[in-house]
Design a protein around this ligand. Structure first.
Ligand code: DX5
Ligand code: ZN
Length: 220
């Protein structure tokens, strides 16, 4: 679980050229493709949905990491699974008392299940759902937009989740999403993250391969 994986967020891609963008990310050494699904209700932005994920799946063998920023995600889990999602992550803030059940639904559809918490949600809400998680995703910005600044207080939360996962003895990935750059990635990894999401850092780079390799190796 400690091997570092880089998950570029296609939120920063040119949506009108998604096929080429995916090929470029694959050739640049991405480990996963992070797909930000937004509904304009759970977050104040709209991106794409099931059809985009299904079309991406036809273009790549990379695992698709589907981050659902939508209300009532349980309604769409089976369709995202059918579309080719490898991971489906759902927000505690969207699921509340149904989180455990929805994580189990994700697994029953053959996908890896992840629970996501916003920067202002305590890590304690994760404790009872850890056995139902393949991944925990910690937001280090408030979800909705790429290019925001990393919220420093999240580093401590990564350490807390790392301790919780270690104590559980379960093989759970720790992913961090939002504002990760070459300047703070070492800190994020040192705190315990093993999957690093990067949108603007990858897409603003002249050489995507170089920046993905640097994100992976920094601080090791
Ligand atoms: C924000 C999304 C992120 C975003 C990250 O709501 O969940 O995945 O694309 O973008 P950067 O790396 O630019 O903060
Ligand atoms: Zn995301």
């Amino acid at each position: 679980m400690s091997e570092i994986q880089i998950a570029p967020s296609v939120l920063s891609a040119d949506f009108s050229a998604m096929g080429e963008e995916i090929i470029s990310l694959e050739q640049s050494g991405a480990d996963l493709l992070h797909c930000d699904v937004m509904d304009g209700v759970f977050v104040p932005n709209i991106t794409f949905g099931i059809k985009m994920v299904a079309d991406m799946y036809k273009r790549t063998s990379l695992p698709l990491d589907c981050h659902l920023m939508i209300v009532e995600p349980q309604k769409y889990v089976a369709e995202f699974a059918k579309a080719g999602a490898t991971y489906i992550t759902v927000h505690y803030e969207a699921c509340r008392e149904n989180l455990k059940e929805i994580l189990r639904l994700i697994r029953s559809c053959g996908c890896k299940a992840g629970a996501v918490i916003n920067p202002d949600t305590p890590t304690s809400v994760l404790q009872e759902v850890l056995p139902d998680c393949d991944m925990v995703l910690l937001m280090s910005v408030f979800p909705g937009f790429g290019g925001q600044k990393y919220i420093q207080s999240v580093t401590e939360k990564i350490k807390e989740v790392k301790r919780m996962v270690e104590q559980s003895g379960l093989p759970i990935d720790i992913e961090v999403d939002g504002g990760i750059t070459l300047d703070n990635v070492a800190e994020v990894k040192a705190a315990g993250a093993n999957i690093i999401v990067a949108g603007s850092t990858v897409f603003s780079a002249e050489n995507r391969g170089k920046v993905i390799a640097e994100l992976r190796s920094k601080g090791l």
